[in-house]
Design a protein around this ligand. Structure first.
Ligand code: IMP
Length: 193
């Protein structure tokens, strides 16, 4: 670990040699979700929300955000897979799990872990809008603006991150690191970068 931080105590020993540094500690994530939840409460006052979490990366964002909301919210999930290499997406998206509920006439908030090229979200938004919800907005905990290939309206953004591969707090590399409380960067040799 090249960047000593109090948060390293929560990282399993097995992962330590692969981790470059803690980019966003758990405490900063929690504080940001407090802010975003307050903003959502103001924006949706008097309405009801349907949170649509994008599996699997958004699991912690959805659960930690949901518990902070003061407006009534239901939750549903979609799982998509985007074809591409291990660390980049191609924009060709397959729905692995669709919503359990109809969204026509509902105020939908799509909850994402990270928007990178934006290709996955672009597909998802087109797909959801075709179901005629009352509104669709997006919350993404992380965004990598320098990588964007399509212009997307992300209403609520947690943190902008540079063009580095990040894991933790729901984000994985080959299903590893998802359970970390912090968002960390990997050494390039740990993901073939
Ligand atoms: P996009 O279609 O390029 O925007 O990619 C979106 C998806 O790629 C995200 O939902 C993540 O699953 C994955 N992804 C993109 N960047 C990262 C990263 O830095 N770490 C982990 N997963 C990532």
């Amino acid at each position: 670990m090249s960047d000593a931080s109090p948060s390293t105590a929560r990282i399993p020993d097995e992962y330590l040699p692969n981790i470059d540094k803690v980019l966003i500690p758990a405490e900063d994530i929690a504080a940001k979700l407090d802010e975003l939840a307050a903003e959502i409460d103001r924006d949706y006052a008097g309405r009801e929300l349907l949170l649509v979490g994008v599996l699997k990366g958004a699991i912690f964002v959805v659960s930690d955000l949901h518990r902070r909301l003061g407006v009534p919210a239901a939750v549903d999930f979609m799982a998509v897979s985007s074809y591409g290499s291990a660390t980049t997406s191609s924009g060709v998206v397959r729905i692995l799990k669709d919503l359990d509920t109809q969204i026509e006439g509902q105020d939908v908030l799509v909850v994402e872990d990270i928007v990178d090229s934006g290709l996955t979200l672009d597909y998802l938004l087109k797909n959801l809008r075709s179901r005629r919800p009352a509104s669709v907005e997006v919350l993404s905990l992380l965004t990598k603006p320098s990588r964007r290939e399509v212009d997307l309206p992300i209403r609520y953004v947690g943190f902008e991150v540079p063009d580095v591969f990040v894991v933790g707090y729901g984000l994985d590399f080959a299903e590893h690191y998802r359970g970390l409380s912090d968002i960390v960067t990997l050494k390039p040799e740990a993901y073939g970068g």
